[in-house]
Design a binder for this molecule. Structure first.
Ligand code: KIV
Ligand code: ZN
Length: 510
């Protein structure tokens, strides 16, 4: 049996640091459930000392998710470590993850500390965390730009103080694969007690090398990769989990290593993350992009039809991409829908969730000729993952055309009360947004708007993504509907509901 590489998923922590990609406590919990199905080894659930919202969310995940280890991030100070532990302590398998920079650039300009002070603080902090749990990770922030001999000293000292995982981050995404691999080998050979810990890497993608650097690291002895779904994360993002997993799976003869990820859940997890965060996946993204398994050239199509392996190195089914065409129709019953939801990787829905999904499905199947897996997924996203609504769309009608004045009439539930308004606009979407702003008494600024179709055909559902901002808080909203004005209104309302949720204060503001 090949050796295992541990998958440490930080979508909920570093991934959430993507600009605009904030998630609420319900969405984070849903994602943690999905990561559990995916069988990641560690879920980094958040940074409890960063805000009350983060604390609650980490606690909720630690208390209720079973299977993976649940990690919480903490700076090297007693308050952060105590807060992380308070959030984690009722969980079955908690990990405290403390970090401190080791590069001279950070020591001089950010920490204003000497190397000896950093060494001392790292040891004291790990020792403090180890009083709570035997599962302590230490990260040397900006390790790839640090003096390697110093990192070796710090690593040896924190292992002696109780750290069981040592993380070597390429915080700024500066490293190159050969050089990064050589550094990992150096650590393996020069940290005297490294056999008592797991060496981990955490790469950022500023030069587009996060996956390549992670691969170089595991080829040289690292056995934990920190990564995110879709490569989400601070700035250009982190190592894309799906890429590392599928590289090891597709080329086992090269690395001789494996992960325990259940790859069939990769695609549903990717869709879930992009719907929740509003960060769409570029179509040509490896493994999970919309074009990753499409063959445009006639020669390629002909080859794949004769024998898939001519142009496909991964079977799309292995990553959970359904190649069925039409899934179900208007005559499909509740059981068929329930089974298809499971097939698509979303697991067993609660009874009333299934009821909502089923009735939306039936209504849509009545007007749409063909129902694709993506249609069902869009309904699941809408019905199951929605933020508890302050504002809910009841009805919308819009009028536009080359000669008429664009108008929209909107009926909403606003905090449980039915309200109706009409407005004019530059176009029907503008008119609908104006009516919604009037009814919700909100004045957010629209920063970004995009519309795409989630399947082919003129009866396809439109998917709208918006990013809106109000009083310094930025959120995304996503909405789907065969009518794009309605999809846009839903996206806008999802965003406004998120802003309302933030206003109530139960969310992180890192
Ligand atoms: O990029 C980084 O260095 C981090 C650490 C906190 C692990 O995110
Ligand atoms: Zn990071």
């Amino acid at each position: 049996m090949s050796e295992k590489v541990f998958i440490f998923d930080t979508t909920l922590r570093d991934g959430e640091q993507s600009p605009g990609a904030s998630m609420n406590i319900h969405e984070k919990f849903r994602l943690a459930q999905q990561l559990t199905k995916l069988n990641v080894d560690v879920i980094e659930a958040g940074f409890p000392a960063a805000s009350g919202g983060d604390f609650e969310s980490v606690k909720n995940i630690a208390d209720n998710i079973q299977g993976p280890q649940i990690a919480a991030l903490a700076r090297c100070n007693v308050k952060d470590i105590d807060t992380a532990w308070t959030a984690l302590k009722n969980g079955k398998n908690p990990r405290i993850h403390v970090f401190l920079a080791t590069s001279d650039i950070h020591l001089r300009h950010k920490l204003r500390m000497s190397r000896e002070q950093v060494l001392e603080l790292a040891v004291a902090s790990v020792r403090h965390a180890a009083n709570y749990t035997g599962n302590v990770e230490f990260s040397a922030e900006d390790a790839s730009r640090s003096d390697l001999a110093f990192v070796c000293r710090v690593f040896a000292a924190v292992i002696a103080a109780g750290a069981t995982t040592l993380n070597f981050p390429d915080t700024t995404g500066y490293a190159l694969p050969d050089e990064f691999g050589a550094k990992i080998r150096y650590l393996m050979e020069n940290v005297t007690n490294i056999d008592q810990a797991v060496l981990s890497v955490h790469c950022h993608n500023d030069l587009g090398l996060a996956v390549a650097n992670s691969l170089a690291a595991i080829n040289n002895g690292a056995r934990q990769v920190e990564c995110t779904v879709n490569g989400l994360g601070e700035r250009a993002g982190n190592t894309a989990m799906e890429e590392v997993v599928m590289i090891l799976r597709t080329r086992p003869e090269q690395a001789g290593l494996h992960t325990d990820i259940i790859s069939e859940y990769i695609y549903p997890t990717s869709r879930l993350v992009s719907s929740i965060t509003g960060m769409t996946v570029q179509p040509n993204k490896a493994i999970v992009g919309a074009n990753a398994f499409l063959h445009e050239s006639g020669i390629h199509q002909d080859g794949v039809l004769k024998e898939r392996s001519t142009y496909e190195i991964i079977n799309p089914h292995d990553v959970g991409i359904s190649t069925d065409n039409i899934v179900l129709g208007k005559h499909s019953g509740r059981h068929a829908i329930r089974d298809k939801v499971k097939d698509l990787g979303y697991g067993e829905l609660a009874k009333e969730e299934l009821n909502r999904v089923f009735s939306r499905f039936k209504a849509m199947a009545d007007i749409k000729k063909e129902m694709f897996p993506e249609d069902l997924e869009a309904i699941i996203m809408d019905e199951v993952l929605r933020v508890p609504d302050s504002f809910k769309l009841l009805h919308l009608s819009a009028m536009s055309g080359s000669l008429s004045l664009p108008t929209a009439a909107v009926r909403l539930l606003v905090h449980g009360e039915e309200k109706e308004a009409a407005a004019l606009g530059i176009g029907p979407i503008d008119a609908a947004f104006r009516a919604i702003a009037q009814l919700t008494k909100t004045s957010s600024k629209l920063l970004y708007f995009s519309v795409s179709s989630i399947t082919g055909g003129t009866d396809a559902q439109g998917e709208v993504m918006v990013r809106i901002e109000d009083k310094g808080k930025t959120v995304v909203g996503q909405g789907t509907d065969p009518d794009i004005v309605t999809a846009a209104a839903k996206a806008y309302l999802t965003g406004l509901n998120r802003l309302e949720y933030l206003k109530k204060g139960s969310h992180s503001t890192k």
